[in-house]
Design a protein around this ligand. Structure first.
Ligand SMILES: Cc1cc2nc3c(=O)[nH]c(=O)nc-3n(C[C@H](O)[C@H](O)[C@H](O)COP(=O)(O)OP(=O)(O)OC[C@H]3O[C@@H](n4cnc5c(N)ncnc54)[C@H](O)[C@@H]3O)c2cc1C
Length: 159
């Protein structure tokens, strides 16, 4: 498959390595952004993955299939499949409003039992871990946070 990967920030490099498992005919488009380090560019180049840093004008195709990428400078590259790397952001900021500390992606920092830096506030799932986010991880974190809540409430009786 002639494949395209277009994405933002460091996740684009990660995605390029993942997609390379499936297709060796791969290009990376950063859509006008300089998001890859020189080291990353060299690594991709050594694998024959060309990086296009110019802005994309359009993606063309038919019947739901990609056929080519057209760049703003007029260059056209034939492709028949592609992956987009989205940028993840937290949908809500109520954690910050409550004074909870967050990490660089905006998730609420917790210990392994969902405790935040604010006593009585626990977090689990996508509010704390935005990537990788999976239902099974969120459910497991919810279970751990429930243990944290129960442990702390039980402990209260002995304080
Ligand atoms: C496009 C997409 C595809 C995905 N595909 C997969 C997949 O294939 N497999 C997989 O395992 N995971 C997948 N995930 C991730 C998975 O959906 C999440 O990790 C999981 O749903 C997180 O569960 P959660 O309970 O933490 O949050 P959520 O499921 O987001 O639940 C939070 C709930 O809180 C509600 N809420 C928000 N703010 C407030 C408020 N102020 N007051 C009251 N309620 C509020 C929301 O409406 C929502 O119902 C995908 C996620 C996305 C976005």
């Amino acid at each position: 498959m002639r494949c395209l990967n277009t994405g933002l920030r460091h996740s684009a490099f990660h995605m390029a390595k993942t997609v390379y498992n499936w297709s060796k005919d791969l290009i990376v488009c950063t859509n006008g952004k300089k998001i890859l380090t020189v080291e990353q560019m060299n690594m991709l180049q050594r694998k024959g993955i060309k990086v296009y840093e110019q802005k994309i004008k359009s993606l063309i195709g038919g019947n739901g299939s990609l056929e080519a990428v057209i760049f703003e400078d007029g260059e056209e590259v034939k492709r028949n499949g592609g992956f987009l790397t989205p940028e993840w952001i937290q949908a809500t900021t109520f954690g910050q409003s409550l004074g909870c500390k967050t990490h660089e992606l905006g998730g609420i920092i917790t210990d392994q039992f969902g405790r935040t830096n604010i006593e009585g506030i626990y977090a689990a799932g996508d509010t704390s871990v935005i990537a990788p986010s999976q239902v099974i991880i969120a459910a497991a974190e919810g279970s751990s946070a429930a243990m944290g809540v129960n442990t702390d409430l039980s402990q209260d009786d002995f304080n």
